[in-house]
Ligand binder design. Structure first.
Ligand code: NDP
Length: 279
């Protein structure tokens, strides 16, 4: 009996020696870390940049600069971030162009002093049934949503490996898991992004780099509310168990969690933020 209780005590001692993740509240302090957010000028990307900034991370974000509204959106986000007392690096950078991506990452690193977090968020759609889909509609979507994430991941991987620390979060979609009519390009790109997430999680894990994906359902951004017919939004609301669309902040909170210490043992996961749309 005495022998057994000695063995139990030895086991308990070992358990006590395991390092514990810090409490959620304390670990959301990202002060001293640098995060890149692609497509940070609007919608979900803006909410993510603001959430990480609120937790003290310095932010480098890019946008496409598709029109003057895009530029003023980006300037506004940059100024709101600076009000949070964090450093900001903002440039237009087309994620489809690997040279532009490498330059962006180089300059962001020099300006802000390293990169610990990468959020591959920039993404678009161009819907059409497959028999009517033009080459350029296929290419622009796959190159933005999938090639862009690959280029950014490849650009940050060497120094994340060297520093033996990094968090990468890819913004995929419920449509990478369950498709609908007219989105073969989008669905293929977002399913591909899930494959990229899992493969890079396998490759980078031994250097303490977590790679995860978040799969939003229908999220109330202007792209969605301006571009998607109301009957489709009603159907999406109906289909979600929670009976509502999501807000960009719903996605940003989960991204923050994945970048924080309590999520240190999660990698290669795809987390739906969809109000139960996929159930
Ligand atoms: P928005 O259209 O509001 O924002 C897209 C952002 O990406 C903008 O900053 C835009 O810049 C940027 N961007 C687009 N193309 C490029 C490019 N080639 N290079 C660099 N930046 C680019 O989109 P959302 O916030 O709605 O979506 C964000 C992500 O979330 C996307 O990946 C989307 O697929 C995903 N998602 C969205 C859902 C939703 O319901 N809203 C649901 C599921 C997933 P600019 O303004 O200059 O064009």
């Amino acid at each position: 009996m005495e022998e057994m209780s000695g063995a139990v005590e030895a086991l308990l001692d070992q358990v006590g020696q395991e390092t514990e993740p810090k409490a959620l509240f304390g670990s959301s302090n990202l002060r001293g870390q640098v995060a890149i957010v692609t497509g940070g000028s609007s919608g979900i990307g803006r909410a993510i940049a603001m959430e990480l900034g609120r937790c003290g991370a310095d932010i480098a974000f890019c946008f496409l600069d598709s029109d003057s509204d895009a530029r003023s959106d980006a300037q506004e986000v940059a100024s709101r971030l600076r009000d949070l007392d964090v450093n900001v690096f903002v440039r237009s950078c087309d994620v489809r162009d690997s040279k532009e991506v490498n330059t962006f990452v180089d300059e962001a690193q020099k300006e802000l002093g390293g990169v610990q977090i990468l959020i591959n968020n920039a993404g678009i759609g161009a819907d059409a049934p497959v028999w009517k889909m033009e080459d350029d509609e296929w290419e622009v979507v796959v190159r933005t949503n999938l090639d862009g994430a690959f280029y950014f991941t490849r650009a940050v991987a060497p120094f994340m490996r060297e520093q033996e620390h990094g968090k990468i979060v890819n913004i995929t979609s419920v449509h990478g898991i369950r498709s609908e009519f007219g989105i073969s390009n989008y669905a293929a790109s977002k399913a591909g992004l899930i494959g990229l997430t899992r493969s890079t999680a396998v490759e980078l894990g031994r250097r303490n780099i977590n790679v995860n994906a978040v799969a939003p359902g229908y999220i109330r951004t202007t792209r969605l509310t301006d571009g998607v017919p109301p009957e489709i939004l009603d159907r999406a609301r109906e289909r979600a168990s929670l009976g509502r669309l999501g807000d960009p902040q719903d996605v940003a909170g989960v991204v923050l969690f994945l970048c924080s210490e309590p999520a240190r043992h999660i990698t290669g996961a795809v987390i739906p933020v969809d109000g139960g749309y996929l159930l």
